[in-house]
Ligand binder design. Structure first.
Ligand code: F6R
Length: 613
């Protein structure tokens, strides 16, 4: 949430900051702002900020906003509404300090009261403003010491960048729980909360660890611990293609990323399937067969869609490896003082690798001696670094807030993990080979589902008219329904509720009538008859149905046209069908949102990468 960008070098900062902010808008888009230090020994600090999008800020920016040092921010409101005053950067009373901040200061109320008591006039509702005042009021000599002193008073999380007019040759940055990257250029340096903001200028980067600060000047960077003792951070060259961060000819990132799913699926599977032994190779797990065999339980942790795909993954592990497995929302896990068992394998799932709830769950497990592996997309992210091993997803950059291709690769990574766990236990070589063949067919089948877009678009336009919808499935299909409902609600803003099909008659059937459609997941599997029975119960009450199914499924004599629509999807192995069906649900959500005229990539109130609790 929220995006940070900073520049120090030989070029004018503002155009680069605005460009970077535009690329970070998926992280927060209720307001934006920049601060620059003007030329001269004691550079003048100038700030421009306003609610709305980065383009609104760019339009109102005064022409003469010169300076070769600057920081910028896109906000996702936590403290106080989205308005011009609450937008970042925040300044101290003397106007010498500018701070941009991601994260939450938990003791902000106490610090605000203390500052107010000392006669400081706080102008915004934000937690960040206290940081600007604390830095501004510090008597320490260096900017680094001022920032460290202020941070010592803070409880909470932060990724931040600070400018000071008395120290115009530097940006000081710090990290604790919110990402901060330093980009190294030629006589110019960048800072950002996300690679997307700097990848067009440099791919040579250094990551800060939690509790670290850095001084960034045109000549380079120096990193410190909070006691200002130096710590070495080595820059690495990332192999990234800057064009992957562009939507290209696509009308939205979400559409682009949905269409990229067959390739992303190929990438996550590449080099990891073993046809001969019907298993997978996962070097990054760093676990021997003996250790895999010793696992007695698998616990998956993730948030939002990563949690739902985690539930699909836990199902795969139980089914293929016969190890008890379940998934839990990482945001809840830590707060119930969970029992951490030495023979449980904990699996943290995250696209961004920065989701704070998942990160904190990983840290809690490791603190108590548990072993955690990560299924993570962003290389070098906090969760990836915190885990004992893992599987990188290789989905490529995901920009749209609604997760699509990352989710698909998460599912496939689970399939690889389950296969390997299964094959060192009871899974037969024949079943292993059957699943390997299924996985090899998958990328093409995902393309076949994407080719059904026109049919799904038409159905979605109808669904978009309903105020409220159900998404139902059973066993393997239930987490699929949950993910389908999640995607639908987050971008269409319609109330979409997932239920186990079997639970309908225990309550929710009361809501079914002609105005409440149900999207039903009815694969050709051992539960087909039961599922079809439930469809009849819905139809008998006048409920419209969209049935995602397979051509072999006989739906019986359900009412004809208008009321019931079936979409026959490509058939894989029954264990792997969930991901094929998930793609159809993405298309339904996407086209419903499109029909309703929503901004697909920036759904209201949401942001990519949730770095606050
Ligand atoms: C939904 C969505 C979110 C994320 C969740 C976890 O489409 O994108 O629910 O799945 O915020 O994010 P990561 O995977 O980055 O940990």
């Amino acid at each position: 949430m929220c995006g940070i960008v900073g520049y120090i070098g030989t070029q004018q900062a503002v155009p680069l900051l605005l460009e970077g902010l535009g690329r970070l808008e998926h992280r927060g888009y209720d307001s934006a702002g920049v601060a620059v230090l003007g030329p001269g020994k004691e550079g003048r600090l100038r700030v421009a900020k306003r609610s709305g999008r980065v383009r609104d800020l760019a339009e109102q920016l005064p022409k003469r906003f010169a300076g070769k040092v600057g920081v910028g921010h896109t906000r996702w409101a936590t403290h106080g509404p989205a308005n011009d005053v609450n937008a970042h950067p925040h300044t101290d009373a003397g106007g010498a300090v500018a701070v941009v901040h991601n994260g939450i200061i938990d003791n902000a109320a106490a610090l605000r009261a203390e500052l107010a008591g000392a006669g400081v006039e706080l102008v915004s509702d934000t937690d960040t403003e206290v940081l600007a005042h604390l830095i501004g009021r510090s008597d320490a000599e260096t900017l680094e010491a001022k920032v460290a002193e202020a941070l010592a008073r803070i409880e909470g999380t932060y990724g931040l960048a600070v400018l000071h007019s008395a120290h115009p040759d530097r940006i000081v940055v710090a990290r604790n729980g919110s990402p901060l990257i330093i980009g190294i250029g030629d006589h110019e340096m960048f800072v950002a909360s996300d690679l997307a903001a700097l990848v067009r200028y440099t791919t040579r980067v250094a990551h800060l660890d939690d509790g670290e600060l850095a001084t960034v000047t045109t000549a380079g960077f120096t990193t410190y611990r909070q006691d200002l003792s130096q710590v070495a951070r080595i820059a690495t060259d990332l192999e990234v293609d800057a064009s992957a961060y562009d939507a290209g000819e696509h009308e939205s990132f979400m559409r682009k990323e949905m269409l990229e799913q067959p390739e992303a699926a190929e990438r996550v599977l590449r080099g990891r399937l073993d046809e001969r032994f019907g298993t997978s190779h996962l070097g990054g797990l760093d676990m021997e067969a003996r250790e895999l065999r010793a696992i007695r339980r698998v616990k998956v942790l993730g948030c939002g869609s990563a949690y739902y795909v985690g539930q699909m993954g836990a199902g795969l592990v139980e089914e293929l490896a016969r190890i008890p497995a379940d998934a839990e929302a990482a945001s809840e896990f830590r707060y119930r003082n969970p029992i951490i068992e030495p023979d449980t394998l904990y699996v943290a799932v995250s696209q961004s690798g920065e989701t704070i709830d998942t990160l904190l769950a990983v840290q809690e497990i490791r603190r108590k001696g548990g072993r955690v592996v990560g299924l993570v997309n962003v290389v070098g992210s906090a969760i990836a670094r915190e885990c004992d091993g893992g599987i990188y997803l290789h989905a490529g950059p995901e920009v749209a807030v609604a997760s699509t291709k990352a989710l698909t690769t998460m599912y496939l990574a689970f399939a690889l993990l389950a296969l390997q766990l299964g094959r060192v236990r009871d899974l037969s070589i024949a079943d292993g080979r059957r699943l390997v063949a299924g996985l090899q067919r998958l990328p093409e089948q995902l393309g076949e589902v994407l080719a059904l877009e026109p049919v799904l678009a038409e159905l979605a336009a109808g669904l978009a008219e309903a105020e409220s919808l159900f998404f139902v499935g059973r066993v393997r299909g239930y987490p699929v329904a949950r993910e389908g409902a999640q995607k639908f609600k987050e971008i269409s803003y319609r109330h979409a509720e997932a239920y186990q099909t079997s639970e309908l008659k225990h309550g929710p059937l009361a809501l079914i009538d002609a105005s409440v459609p149900t999207v039903a997941i009815v694969p050709d599997d051992e539960l087909t008859d039961r599922n079809v029975g439930a469809l009849h119960e819905i139809a008998a009450r006048g409920g419209p149905l969209v049935v995602l199914t397979h051509d072999a499924v006989d739906l019986g004599d359900l009412p004809a046209q208008g009321q019931v629509h079936r979409v026959d999807l490509p058939r894989n192995e029954r264990e792997l069908d969930p991901i094929v069906i998930t793609i159809a649900l993405q298309l339904l959500a996407y086209h419903a949102a499109l029909a309703l005229g929503h901004d697909i990539d920036k759904p209201r109130n949401l942001a990519k990468s949730v770095t606050v609790e």
